[in-house]
Design a protein. Structure first.
Length: 76
C-alpha cells in the first residue's frame, strides 16, 4: 500500500503541472477569442479607427499568449 502512495506522490507534480499548463492555454485561447471578437465589433462601429484598434488587439493577443509561456516555463 505504501508503494502505491509513493508512486502517486512522485507522479502528482507532473500531472498537476500538465493541468496547470492546460488551464493556462485554455484561458489564453478564450482571451484571444474575446479580443478578436471585440476588435471586430469596434472596427465595425468605427472603421476610421481600424489601425489603432488593430495595434491594441495585436498587443493584447501577445500578452495573452505570453501567459502560456510563463506557465510552461514554471512547470519545467
Amino acid at each position: 500500500m505504501s508503494t502505491i502512495a509513493t508512486l502517486l506522490a512522485d507522479a502528482a507534480p507532473t500531472v498537476f503541472g500538465s493541468v496547470h499548463v492546460g488551464l493556462a492555454a485554455l484561458g489564453a485561447a478564450i482571451g484571444v477569442g474575446l479580443i478578436g471578437a471585440k476588435a471586430s465589433e469596434a472596427v465595425g462601429r468605427n472603421p476610421g479607427a481600424a489601425t489603432p484598434i488593430l495595434v491594441q488587439a495585436i498587443l493584447s493577443t501577445a500578452f495573452a499568449e505570453g501567459i502560456v509561456f510563463f506557465a510552461i516555463f514554471l512547470v519545467k
